[in-house]
Design a protein around this ligand. Sequence first.
Ligand SMILES: [Fe+2]
Ligand SMILES: [Fe+2]
Length: 337
Amino acid sequence: MQSQHQNRGRYNDTLLEVLSSEGRREGVCEALVGSMIQTADELKDEYIQEVECHLSDSEAEVFREVNELAFKEGAWYRPLHNIVVPLCMLHIIEGEGLARDLVFPAMNHDAGNSLMKIAPTTQGADWQNKDKRVAHMEIGAKLCREQLERIWEKQLSDPVLEHLDITHNRIEQLADIVAHHDDPYIGKELSDPEHLAHRDADRCFVPSALSFWKDYIAYLNDSGCKANASELGVSITPTSLIQCRIASFYSTEQSLPESITRMGVAYAPHLVGLTEAGIPEPQSTSTGEQIAEKFIINRLAEIEEFAHLKSIDEFDDFFRKSLSNEMRWLLASLNHG
Ligand SMILES: [Fe+2]
Ligand SMILES: [Fe+2]
């Protein structure tokens, strides 16, 4: 209790300074993750309800089932991932004039991970483990197929329900998106425009508030990431992490939008080596690119603010504002579906 209390007190140094020192960061990392868990947990129900307002009955049914699995899985960031990706997909569908039913794989693409974690033997997906990476896609594709077939059949038997305008062939196409959604992480390229649009929505999560600050703390505690960073000549800081994200979303300095260059951070293409894919992967749709750009600018603007924080309480406020502003922005500009 006492150490918890001390962790929440104000430090003499900034959190950034404390985190930069290997010997001093341990309890602080735990407290920061605890802060993010609590904020995400407190805010998620409100967002789930708001997303449902944008969904049809059958979409909401899939959304609810996937959320239930996520709660059982217990990974604290999963519920937010399952909200952010469908929201980004809805923007991409609207902005690019794509098929509305692409929202289904956006909702259930990672449910295979929840199912693996709930099953007693597999312990969830391990992103370093290629077999498990593949398994979460296969299990998710099966679930996607089952959910859509079940809804389709239920509607056939009850004409009062809304009609899900979908064919068996289309269900297979949507399940196929789930079955291959992480292929770029295992060295296989995606080429189908719908697969790529889904990939855009999934990757929008990476520079989002929750994922970015979660990854910063996770990288600080990952020996592989630390070794990787030191080989690349950097230490893990919010600045090097956002440079890494910029290098991942923009393959050349010329392709950087003015809104990002204006923020004054140096373009460091070699830091793409810190990412999982290890190579740049620009967004394929302009809507997906705009969302990622907005999130990157948000993070660049926050890094200065983060550098002045001196307590976990200050981080609580900082992170809550960051997450809720971004979620408000994602939710505010959607038309009702
Ligand atoms: Fe995945
Ligand atoms: Fe995902």
